[in-house]
Ligand binder design. Structure first.
Ligand SMILES: NC(=O)C1=CN([C@@H]2O[C@H](COP(=O)(O)OP(=O)(O)OC[C@H]3O[C@@H](n4cnc5c(N)ncnc54)[C@H](OP(=O)(O)O)[C@@H]3O)[C@@H](O)[C@H]2O)[C@@H](O)CC1
Ligand SMILES: Nc1ncnc2c1ncn2[C@@H]1O[C@H](COP(=O)(O)OP(=O)(O)O)[C@@H](O)[C@H]1O
Length: 289
């Protein structure tokens, strides 16, 4: 199994140079940012847990989950006790979050809607990744439209994009470049149209077409892991455009690495991407292979 680290490194150097920045020797956990992740309604706690693990292992200093539930579904995350657990209402009171992710497994009930409104109104100038049910609420209620800005990233899959643009999924897929541009122009933020060859619309005239990854990524929770990686890079100080593109690329390359180890494409699961992405990030920092 030969993993072409040098090819990955030179691509990253050219397109996402911040991914290759080593940690400062005198850095501490505060330097690497605090991530806040809101979502995980009853029965969907797994989605925010996957996102949180991805955020932590991609290098964020601290990761906090706010479950959209009346009480915590578990007192501690046995498999990752480093992650701090709150209800969404408690997490929204915290002032130390550098970047937010909202929507994974969040549901679209009144409580979820209220939480999205509170976050987007009060944390307007912090980076926010809007994923999954945050996008479904965005599509449903026009009141959210004015709350998006250039600090924000939306990450729809084709059906979420169809809801946002009031089209059919087939229409989105037939004209993906146009759909990504429409998302950017209608929602005024970086727009990541997921699926085979994910498109990231960065400005009116600039987009990134991702070619890493494969169909093994079409598995439950893979988008949650991507969103966790993206918010981690944001919390570590990367700008929105680079964080969006770099996360999409790293997520795809993590899948390629797993396939080279015969852990995919078939049967590869979302959580397996996380350690592969961590290995990749560290390999990119090395210069001797
Ligand atoms: N462990 C957990 O807790 C998990 C929780 N999760 C949470 O579940 C919630 C519901 O999310 P969701 O995405 O499953 O439902 P929804 O928005 O109705 O879209 C589904 C439809 O979209 C389509 N579609 C998707 N991709 C496409 C593509 N590339 N190309 C084309 N079409 C594509 C596809 O349509 P089809 O082709 O089947 O007609 C499919 O039926 C959400 O909160 C999420 O975070 C999940 O993250 C999983 C792990
Ligand atoms: N055929 C494919 N080739 C490459 N990437 C894919 C393919 N199908 C899905 N993906 C990627 O997998 C992820 C799926 O995310 P999403 O649909 O939100 O799933 P979930 O909600 O289960 O987490 C996205 O990053 C998407 O780009």
């Amino acid at each position: 199994m030969n993993i072409p680290w040098h090819i990955y490194r030179s691509f990253a150097q050219q397109h996402f140079p911040d991914v290759l920045k080593p940690r400062a020797k005198d850095s501490h956990k505060g330097t690497h940012g605090t991530v806040g992740i809101i979502g995980g309604n009853v029965g969907m706690s797994g989605s925010v847990i996957m996102a949180a693990k991805a955020a932590l292992k991609l290098g964020a200093g601290k990761v906090k989950i706010g479950f959209v539930q009346n009480s915590l579904p578990m007192p501690v995350l046995e498999s990752q006790p480093e992650i701090m657990l709150y209800t969404a209402q408690q997490l929204l009171q915290q002032q130390d979050i550098n970047a937010w992710l909202i929507g994974c497994g969040m549901g679209t009930d009144n409580n979820a809607c209220h939480i999205l409104q509170t976050l987007s109104e009060h944390q307007l100038h912090k980076p926010i990744v809007w994923d999954a049910d945050a996008l479904n609420l965005l599509a449903k209620y026009t009141k959210f439209h004015t709350l998006l800005n250039s600090n924000h990233i939306i990450t729809p899959h084709p059906t979420e994009a169809a809801r946002l643009l009031q089209q059919q999924t087939a229409e989105i897929q037939a004209q993906r470049t146009l759909a990504a541009l429409n998302l950017y122009q209608q929602y005024h933020c970086i727009s990541v149209l997921k699926g085979y060859q994910t498109l990231v619309q960065i400005t009116d005239t600039q987009y990134y077409l991702n070619e890493s990854g494969h169909a093994g990524l079409a598995t439950a929770g893979s988008g949650d892991v991507l969103a966790g990686m993206m918010v981690s890079l944001l919390a570590q100080g990367m700008d929105c455009a680079q964080a969006a593109c770099a996360a999409v690329w790293l997520h795809g390359v993590a899948a390629e690495i797993l396939s080279l180890q015969q852990i995919g494409p078939i049967g590869m699961v979302a959580t397996e991407l996380i350690d592969a992405a961590r290995q990749l990030r560290n390999q990119l920092l090395m210069t001797d292979n």
